[in-house]
Design a protein. Structure first.
Lengths: 131, 131, 131, 131, 131, 131
């Protein structure tokens, strides 16, 4: 249905299967979502993407839920249907309440609106905003 | 420099000046940034934008810093130079540390990358992600 | 300053100069804006772009001012600084008043906002909207 | 099917139902499209969005059909499937003929093309275009 | 299903049918894909689009497969589902191997990531990059 | 001038300086462009971005010039000024001729145009394009 077929555990290479096993271990679930099954056509790209994602989304100065909200925001601005669905689901799993979801959407919508207004106005950046 | 000139306090209408005064009061500063000075050409649009922004960015289920991070993320994905500058400055003012800024950028970059990969793969949405 | 230098009348090929002359005749001005001076590096692309633009923007079922408003709207949504400036100037030259400019921006901003909300909600298209 | 379920009249809050009733009255139809049924999860966001949309799209210096054409243009540039469908349907309902639709698409396509060319060329903005 | 119905050979105008016949001849297949069947509602737009596409995608300084890879890259960045599918299919038909597909996606993803990082950082362009 | 200052060799951490030295060695030049000097504020992000970029842009099934053309195409579609400049310069350094540049721009512009037309038409994907 995509530009490459989704690969089952039986169809992937040993390198790809090793990534699947890591995903299962880290996420504590047997479920491997379609993104990884599509990426598995290129085990090197699968490995690099997973390794980096795991690191970027780990707890740090920002907590994992805040990172998921940011991920949903970027995915929405980029119009990525799959990513909006998968990261909204992840945010809910990490504790996003309906109230937080509503506020997230309100901020995303507000930002999209003022982004468009500023671009239409071509407002010059205030000197005080520059480092 | 933009598609409309920036208006000084002396040049704006009474309705626009009233909005400027509210911005000064809420933000506890005399400074009115260029976005509002450009929008002041249309007092109704200025009023509606400010009223809504004030409400959306107020503390709620999400705290104001998290809301600013989301605003920066959307503005970056939309490629809005002015908005990236103004909301990054606002996030710093609300407590964003260099470590948080670095992680924010890392999540934005990661999301942009996987958004692009999923779109190139046209991966179908997993049934389990749909409500 | 761009990725190719701007070409003066003396530097362009005969084919490109012929397009410049047509632009001057149709627009009844000597002024050739930078877009054409950059495109002139590829006379075939210059010719094809001008020929098509002239046709698309001619009076038809939609009048030229409405077409310019649509052009500004698309350019704003695409974040094209040059295009926002040049087509806003063209719209003003064709009769866009400050009131119309304000309403144009309000619609662009509103559309950007609801586009983002719908994308974040992933709302399914109503059957009645499909032809 | 979206990131939140669509709510029926029976499932929404009193505040949300009041907005539904206004939509029905203004549009003179019983039909409430899915966007509003999804937004109803957050009655405050629903109210704010509807109130602003009603105002922005009302007759003014630009007529309602021109506003719908601009809405379709922005929605297309932003790649919002739902919005392209809903606002194309609204434009048809307000009098957009097949000829106007064809010209709208031609302008949108032309703008997207020259936006991309200018961005690839990084053409500097002509001084004469700046206010 | 789209905003206009798809037209069969029997339903299109003589001008549109002539374009269909050219597409069949150039591509050496009877198959006319949906894009052309939708565009056929506006025979002038159909003709202009086909004439230009044929020219732009012809062998030149860049070979046709490289042009298809670029087309897929732009379509992916623009989030156009139909275009990603149709041009990925075209690239495969012109010789894109699974290894090339994987590298194409990796470059698209990398570019999307660094585009976002640069935009978030608002890095000024190095003087040496300007012509 | 950006959202973080550019760091000189003297100001960066030892980890960041090590990345700078690798960039100098791989590219056989002393020049470190601003992107890396901005990223150096977050040595981990600098390291991860450089390591991945080096790998993705290395010769493989696609040659390095083709990869640069794809990078320019994505950067143009995403409207990233810095990236268009830096990767156009890189493409020229790797052998992109003015003819190739003109064709690259023509394909980018054509793709942007048909992406917009398809989105406006909401054309359903042909079954034969799906894997």
């Amino acid at each position: 249905m995509g530009t490459v077929p989704l690969l089952s555990d039986e169809e992937v290479s040993a390198e790809a299967l090793a990534v699947f096993e890591e995903i299962r271990k880290v996420r504590q679930t047997d479920f491997i979502n379609n993104f990884w099954r599509a990426l598995a056509h290129d085990p090197e790209l699968l490995r690099a993407t997973w390794d980096r994602l795991k690191m970027v989304m780990a707890p740090g100065a920002l907590d994992p839920l805040v990172k998921e909200l940011i991920y949903v925001a970027v995915s929405t601005a980029n119009g990525c249907e799959y990513c909006v669905h998968s990261h909204t689901a992840a945010a809910k799993a990490k504790g996003m309440t309906p109230e937080m979801h509503g506020e997230l959407l309100a901020v995303i919508g507000m930002a999209a609106q003022t982004n468009a207004l500023v671009t239409g106005l071509q407002t010059p950046v205030d000197e005080s905003f520059r480092t």
